[in-house]
Ligand binder design. Sequence first.
Ligand code: ZN
Length: 96
Amino acid sequence: MATNKNLRVCEKGHEFYKSSDCRSCPICDKENKPQSGFLSKLSSPARNALIHEGIETLQELSKYTEKEILKLHGIGPASIPLLRASLEEEGLEFKK
Ligand SMILES: [Zn+2]
């Protein structure tokens, strides 16, 4: 069987096969982009506010109303459209 995939080891020691010269490690990629990737789009005060509240996933976020989220210290009105868009991407929405 012809194979053009090479075993690679990333700087963290993950072993993975890649056929291209792309050096990005799929395991690291996954660790860097958890399900809560929407948090990375927020400003750090807003992100910290959500994490402090235990909201680290969009599923968690969808259990709250916009008003409840706005009340959190660190969340500004500018964060809401961003959060709403992230929810919509997953087919979710703020609690009504
Ligand atoms: Zn890695």
